[in-house]
Design a protein around this ligand. Structure first.
Ligand code: ZN
Ligand code: ZN
Ligand code: FE
Length: 760
C-alpha cells in the first residue's frame, strides 16, 4: 500500500505574533499527526508541514478557520515543498535577523477560559482582577516600544513568580509568552481611595466600591485604556450629579451591563447587535431603548438609543456581579479633554467629579477610549474607532511610501502608512485644547516608534487654522501635502474598498475648508485618489456668526429663511420666529447683508440644523449635530412624499435648497406634525442625491458612488440613499472599517498623498 505523503510551506501574514499562534499551529499539527516546524519571521509566521495529503488539507482549512481569537490573518500563501527529514513537529526560534515587523494586537476583552478561572474559587487566580492569557487582555495600551516583549510593556515593573513563569515558558500552555501574565502573588493590584487620596482600608476594595456605587457615589475606575467615571445608572440623583460635575449637559452617557439578558431588559438587541456587543473588541453599541425602562432618564435624554457595552476587563466582571441593571461608564475626563490614564493626573483632574477612586498599579502608556459602533444599512458602522480595533491596519491596494497624515480638527485621528498598511490611531479627540494637542503629539511619536516608521511625507487638511495643519507646518524638514477635506473623506472610503479610478463621491458633513473661500459640506465630487472636481454642491447660504451658527441652529434657520423668502420672512407665522427676539433677528440680517463674519457654506450638516430649528427642535445645541440628530430620531415612517427639489445645470451644479425650505415652511404653517416633516425632508434629500447621481452618470459614465462624511451617521439618510442608489443600479460603497465622520479622514489624507507622490 502506497501512502501519499506530501509537504507544504505556508506563509501566514497578519497579526500572528504574540497572540498564541505558534502553540496553536503546534497543537494543530499534533492533531493531524503532521511533522515539520513553525517559526516567527520578519513578515509573519512560516510553517513547514508534511504528512498524508488529506491531513495536510485539513490542517490548512483549520489554520484559517480556527485561529486564536487575537490572530488576524490577512493571507496564507502556500506552496508545495520537498518532503524533508522531520521526525516530529517543533516550534523553532525566530528566523532571520531583520527587524520584526510584528503587527501589534489591540486590547481585547477577557476570554471565556480566563473568566471561568476568575470565578472558580479553586483556581489560584480566583477574583484576581488582572487575569489574562495569550488570547486576551491588554496589548496596545501597555506597549512602549517594539518588539512586543514584557520589558517593553508596563508589566516590566512586575517580575513573574515561579508559577507564572512556568506557564509563560510552556509552549502548550495558554499563557505561553503572554506578556502581561500575572497573579495575585506577583502582579498588579487594585486600591480604593477617597478623592483626597486617603486610602479606604478594606480587605475587599472591589466589594467596597460596589457598596459605594449602590449608595449613589460617583467612582473613578481605572480600566484598560483609561479611567471611567461610574455611577449606578438606575439612580437619577447620581447620574444628574455626574452630569453637573462633569459639565456635560445632554450628551448621552455609555452604559455597561453584566450580560445580554440584562441589556434586553432595557434595550432591543438584534442578532447583529448581539454579535457586536459580544465580540472580543467589546465596543459600545447603539441600541434602541425599550420603554418604559429602569435606566435613569438622565442617561440619554431626548435620544432613542442607549450606548451599551458588556464588561471587558476582569475588574468590570467583578464589579458587575452585584446585580446592577447597568453602570454609567463614561470617559474619565473634564468635558472635552482627553481621558485620564495616570493615577496622579486622575486625582488632580477628576477629584472634583468622583467621590472615590478605584485605581491600580499597571500603567497605561497610551490611552484608548471605548469604541462606538452601530448596526445600520446591513453592516457595522463606526462612530468612533478606538479600543479593541486599534492598531489593526487597513490594508491598502498597493504599497505606499511612509506617510504621516495628521487628520482634521474634530474627532481627530492620525494615520501612519507602512508598505501596504495604513494604521489609524485611536480616537484623539477635538484639537481645541492644549491637553488634546499634547495627546496628538504623543500619539504621533508613539505610533512612529511602535511601527518603526520615519515618515517621508506629511499629509494634512487645507484648513490653515487646524492645529493638526499647524503641527504639519512646524515639521519643516518633511515635505507636506495639503488635502481638501471632502476629497479626503471620499478617498478614505475608496481606500477601505481598494477602489481605483474615478467615482462619484457624495461627501456630506458639517464643515470643511473649501478652496473657494466658502465652507464646504454638501459636495458631490468626481474623484479619484489623485484628484477631484466638484460636480455639484448645495447652494450656499450665510453662516451668520461663523462658529456661533454651529452652536445656535436658529441662526442657520434665519439664514435659510432670508435666502428663500428675502426680507419678508419675518412676517411668516413660525413658532421659531415667535421665540427669538426680533432685535436678535435684525442684527443677524444686518450681519448677513453687510457680510460681517458670515462665511458662505454649502454644508448639509448646517441645512439639517437649520431645518431642525425651523421645526422647533431646538435653537441651541450642547454638542455638534445635536439638533440634526434629534430631528432624525423624530422621523416617522416615510410615506414616499417629498418636497420639490431641483438643481441648476452647469459645470458645477447648484443643488437648490430654497424649494425644500419653502415646502418645510408651508408644512409648518399648516401644522403638519414634525415627525412627518422630518420623514419628508429625509426622503427629499435621498431622492435629490440619487437623481443627481443619475444625472452625473449620464455625463460621465461613472457607475460607482462612494458615501462619506459625518452626515452618514444619520442611519435614515444612509440606508435610504444606499437603497435608492441601488434601485438605480449604482454600485454603492460605504464605510465599514473606519468612521464616516472626521475620525476616518486621516486614512483618506494618507492615500491622497500617496497618489500625489505617485503622480496618478
Ligand atoms: Zn484569557
Ligand atoms: Zn504570579
Ligand atoms: Fe468632515
Amino acid at each position: 500500500m502506497t501512502r501519499n505523503i506530501v509537504a507544504k510551506r505556508l506563509k501566514v501574514n497578519g497579526i500572528v505574533q504574540g497572540v498564541g499562534f505558534r502553540p496553536f499551529v503546534f497543537q494543530l499539527a499534533r492533531k493531524y499527526s503532521l511533522k515539520g516546524v513553525v517559526a516567527n519571521t520578519s513578515s509573519g509566521v512560516s510553517i513547514h508541514i508534511e504528512g498524508l495529503a488529506e491531513s495536510v488539507s485539513s490542517f490548512e482549512a483549520d489554520l484559517a478557520n480556527q485561529a486564536p481569537p487575537l490572530a488576524y490573518i490577512v493571507d496564507i500563501a502556500g506552496q508545495t515543498a520537498k518532503v524533508g527529514q522531520y521526525s516530529d513537529f517543533a516550534i523553532v526560534k525566530s528566523q532571520g535577523n531583520s527587524q520584526m515587523s510584528t503587527l501589534i494586537s489591540p486590547d481585547v476583552s477577557v476570554c471565556d477560559d480566563c473568566l471561568a478561572e476568575l470565578l472558580d474559587p479553586a483556581n489560584r487566580r480566583f477574583h484576581y482582577p488582572f487575569i489574562n492569557c495569550t488570547n486576551c487582555g491588554p496589548r496596545y495600551t501597555i506597549i512602549d516600544d517594539i518588539p512586543y516583549d514584557r520589558p517593553k510593556t508596563s508589566m516590566r515593573h512586575f517580575s513573574m513568580c515561579h508559577a507564572c513563569q512556568a506557564e509563560y515558558d510552556e509552549p502548550t500552555n495558554r499563557r505561553f509568552h503572554a506578556q502581561p501574565n500575572a497573579c495575585d502573588d506577583c502582579g498588579p493590584h487594585v486600591g480604593l481611595f477617597d478623592n483626597r487620596k486617603n486610602v479606604i482600608d478594606d480587605p475587599n476594595p472591589i466589594g467596597k466600591a460596589v457598596r459605594l456605587l449602590k449608595r449613589g457615589n460617583i467612582l473613578a475606575i481605572k480600566g484598560l485604556g483609561g479611567y471611567h467615571l461610574a455611577s449606578d445608572a438606575g439612580n437619577s440623583d447620581a447620574v444628574r450629579r455626574l452630569r453637573r460635575r462633569k459639565n456635560r449637559e445632554e450628551k448621552p452617557f455609555a452604559l455597561m451591563s453584566a450580560d445580554l439578558a440584562t441589556i434586553r431588559g432595557y434595550a432591543d438587541v438584534s442578532r447583529q447587535e448581539e454579535q457586536l456587543l459580544s465580540s472580543i473588541r467589546r465596543p459600545i453599541v447603539l441600541l434602541r431603548k425599550k420603554t418604559p425602562n429602569s435606566i435613569s432618564d438622565q442617561v440619554a435624554p431626548r435620544n432613542n438609543y442607549f450606548g451599551v457595552m458588556l464588561p471587558y476587563t476582569p475588574l468590570h466582571y467583578l464589579l458587575l456581579q452585584h446585580d446592577f441593571t447597568a453602570l454609567v461608564m463614561t470617559s474619565g475626563n473634564l468635558s472635552e479633554e482627553p481621558i485620564s490614564i495616570d493615577n496622579e493626573d486622575a486625582f488632580n483632574r477628576l477629584g472634583g467629579i468622583a467621590d472615590y477612586f478605584l485605581i491600580h498599579d499597571r500603567d497605561i502608556y497610551l490611552r484608548s477610549d471605548d469604541s462606538i459602533v452601530r448596526h445600520a444599512a446591513g453592516a457595522q458602522r463606526f462612530i468612533r474607532r478606538s479600543r479593541g480595533f486599534v492598531p489593526i491596519p487597513i490594508f491598502l491596494k498597493e504599497e505606499v511610501p511612509p506617510i504621516l497624515a495628521c487628520g482634521a480638527e474634530l474627532k481627530n485621528t492620525i494615520c501612519v502608512t507602512k508598505q501596504d498598511k495604513a494604521f489609524l490611531s485611536q480616537h484623539i479627540g477635538d484639537l481645541e485644547n492644549i491637553a488634546t494637542f499634547d495627546f496628538f503629539q504623543l500619539t504621533v511619536e508613539h505610533l512612529k516608534r511602535i511601527l518603526d516608521i520615519d515618515p517621508e511625507i506629511l499629509a494634512c487638511d487645507m484648513h490653515p487654522d487646524y492645529m493638526s495643519s499647524q503641527f504639519a507646518a512646524t515639521q519643516a524638514e518633511i515635505p507636506k501635502i495639503q488635502i481638501q477635506h471632502h476629497h479626503a473623506h471620499v478617498v478614505s472610503c475608496m481606500a477601505e474598498h481598494k477602489l481605483d479610478g474615478d467615482v462619484i463621491g457624495l461627501a456630506f458633513d458639517g464643515t470643511g475648508y473649501g478652496p473657494d473661500d466658502t465652507v464646504w459640506g454638501g459636495e458631490i465630487l468626481l474623484a479619484s485618489s489623485y484628484e477631484f472636481k466638484r460636480a455639484g454642491h448645495l447652494a450656499t447660504v450665510a453662516m451668520p456668526g461663523g462658529a456661533a451658527a454651529i452652536k445656535q441652529p436658529w441662526r442657520m434657520a434665519v439664514s435659510y429663511l432670508q435666502a428663500t423668502f428675502g426680507d419678508d420672512f419675518q412676517d411668516l407665522d413660525l413658532p421659531m420666529l415667535r421665540e427669538i427676539e426680533v432685535e436678535k433677528v435684525t442684527i443677524l440680517r444686518q450681519m448677513m447683508s453687510q457680510k460681517v463674519n458670515s462665511p458662505l457654506t454649502s454644508s448639509l450638516g448646517r441645512l439639517f440644523d437649520g431645518v431642525a430649528a425651523l421645526c422647533g427642535i431646538r435653537n441651541q445645541v450642547n454638542f455638534e449635530g445635536q439638533a440634526a440628530m434629534e430631528f432624525e430620531m423624530l422621523a416617522a415612517e416615510s410615506t414616499g412624499q417629498v418636497y420639490d427639489f431641483q438643481w441648476e445645470p452647469g459645470e458645477n451644479c447648484r443643488l437648490l435648497t430654497a424649494p425644500i425650505i419653502e415646502g418645510v415652511v408651508a408644512d409648518m404653517q399648516r401644522r403638519v406634525a414634525v415627525a412627518e416633516i422630518s420623514a419628508k425632508f429625509h426622503r427629499t434629500l435621498i431622492q435629490l442625491f440619487a437623481e443627481f447621481s443619475d444625472f452625473i452618470r449620464r455625463d460621465t459614465g461613472l457607475n460607482r458612488v462612494v458615501l462619506s462624511g459625518g452626515c452618514f451617521q444619520n442611519a435614515t439618510l444612509l440606508s435610504g440613499l444606499v437603497q435608492a442608489l441601488r434601485d438605480k443600479k449604482f454600485e454603492v460603497f460605504t464605510h465599514q472599517q473606519v468612521p464616516a465622520n472626521d475620525g476616518g479622514i486621516s486614512l483618506g489624507q494618507a492615500v491622497v498623498a500617496a497618489a500625489a507622490v505617485a503622480g496618478r
